[in-house]
Design a protein around this ligand. Structure first.
Ligand code: SF4
Length: 148
């Protein structure tokens, strides 16, 4: 495993004014999906939005990130915590992996507690498929509260 990982982040355009605070904090602390890189150097080589539904920028953004050396694309946690969650998530993962040959990780920062409660009540993630999708960002309650 390389000890220097270059990553790109694509966020849901619903949160396009987001300054990236939670993602960058999680990256610095190696929390949420960035637990994957504990013990490794990580460099953020690209950060953009999907461009808004239906997510046309996902078709192009990875190319630019690859020019900066991106080895993996993270789809930010907003794609699973927004309501409704992104309906194109599977297509995005499949497209980036097959067209660009890059692995995709679903999620960035830990799921905040308020979203956790909402989606528990709604049953959004009550299937094995969804549990798999949120596995990197479903942390315990103290962490969820810290990202609320
Ligand atoms: S729901 Fe999906 S396609 Fe729509 S803005 Fe968010 S990430 Fe993009």
């Amino acid at each position: 495993m390389s000890d220097h990982k270059k990553i790109g982040i694509i966020i849901c355009h619903r949160y396009h004014t987001c300054a990236g605070g939670k993602c960058l904090r999680a990256l610095r602390n190696r929390e949420g999906a960035f637990k994957l890189y504990r013990g490794q150097e990580v460099e953020l080589v690209g950060y953009t939005t999907c461009g808004g539904c239906p997510g046309g920028n996902v078709e192009y953004a990875p190319a630019e990130m690859i020019k900066n050396g991106a080895e993996v694309i993270h789809l930010a946690t907003g794609v699973v915590v927004g309501y409704p969650p992104c309906p194109r998530l599977d297509a995005f993962c499949c497209f980036v992996e097959k067209s660009y040959g890059l692995p995709v990780v679903i999620g960035t920062h830990p799921i905040p507690q308020k979203y956790f409660f909402n989606h528990q009540a709604l049953g959004t993630w009550a299937t094995p498929a969804w549990q798999d999708k949120i596995k990197h960002v479903l942390d315990d309650e103290p962490i969820r509260l810290a990202y609320n």
